[in-house]
Design a binder for this molecule. Structure first.
Ligand SMILES: [Ca+2]
Ligand SMILES: [Ca+2]
Ligand SMILES: [Ca+2]
Length: 289
């Protein structure tokens, strides 16, 4: 048996003491580590999600028109926990996204987030020339329709050429499920129309494109039916505008001939000026990319 001297014995004792102290403090430390790994709030675009704590799922319904592919949720989690993916980072929510919250003690909990985007059954969408258009089957005055378009990030369509006019007309008649009688204008010969982005509200006979009603506009026509195009801009008037009863300041694309029956003032797909306040018509929204 090897003998140890006093100094060696002391060193061993000190070593043991340090080991004991280390173990003691480590135990204290692990007792203090938090196991909390909750999500207390999950919001996207200021809309608060439903959090189901029994199965750790999170569901949120976003307004129609929201693009689910690029959303950055703001997430509030337990103190001292971390989350992956991080709060305020963009995710594609086309499919459910799994978030992992890791507590301070390194335990973790997964949460599956499902985003649903509401659909507006009154809106028919189509593409033309790489631009998105919508035909909205809701009855609105010209001003209301422009506000609706603007709120969605678009504007009442500004028709710049015959192809655009024909495409919108064809989509409206063939694909947009429009009941013609629901979007007719009494002062437009009883025919059916869609609002597009022109008006002469500010000054009679000065026809401008201003489909989001923001005051920034381009004049495309001056005068009545015998007037003239401005800047060679496209127009597709029937035997119009006539400012009938001095009260027609909204631009409408006809879906039928007018007056109904005779059609001597215009044919389907041509434009007419109709009363922009009394008529509540369906409308066409155009979006810039
Ligand atoms: Ca256009
Ligand atoms: Ca007018
Ligand atoms: Ca008219």
């Amino acid at each position: 048996m090897r003998k140890i001297n006093k100094d060696q014995a002391l060193n061993i004792k000190i070593g043991l003491l340090f080991m004991l102290l280390f173990t003691f403090f480590s135990a204290c430390e692990s007792e203090k580590l938090s196991a909390k790994k909750g999500i207390s709030k999950f919001t996207i675009l200021n809309i608060v999600a439903d959090i189901n704590y029994s199965d750790n799922t999170i569901n949120i319904i976003l307004p129609e028109g929201t693009d689910p592919t690029k959303l950055s949720p703001t997430i509030i989690i337990s103190e001292k926990a971390t989350i992956n993916p991080a709060s305020n980072t963009e995710q594609d929510f086309t499919k459910p996204v799994t978030y992992t919250v890791t507590a301070e003690d390194n335990s973790s909990q997964q949460y599956v987030v499902t985003v649903e985007v509401e659909t507006n059954e009154n809106i028919y969408q189509f593409m033309h020339n790489n631009k998105k258009y919508e035909i909205v089957r809701e009855n609105k005055t010209w001003i209301e329709a422009a506000a609706f378009a603007s709120q969605r990030g678009g504007y009442l369509a500004e028709i710049n050429n015959v192809t655009e006019n024909t495409t919108i007309f064809d989509e409206a008649m063939s694909n947009a499920s429009i009941t013609l009688s629901k979007t007719s204008a009494g002062d437009g010969g009883g025919a059916s129309y869609l609002w597009i982005g022109g008006n002469d509200i500010a000054q009679e006979g000065i026809w401008i494109w201003n489909g989001n009603n923001d005051g920034v506009s381009t004049q495309f026509w001056e005068g009545k039916a015998n007037g003239s195009a401005i800047g060679n801009l496209y127009n597709n008037w029937g035997n119009e505008p006539d400012d009938f009863q001095s009260a027609q300041d909204g631009l409408a694309l006809a879906l039928t001939q007018w007056p109904l029956g005779s059609g001597h003032l215009g044919i389907a797909s041509q434009w007419n000026d109709v009363n922009h306040q009394n008529n509540k018509l369906y409308f066409v929204i155009e979006y810039n990319n």
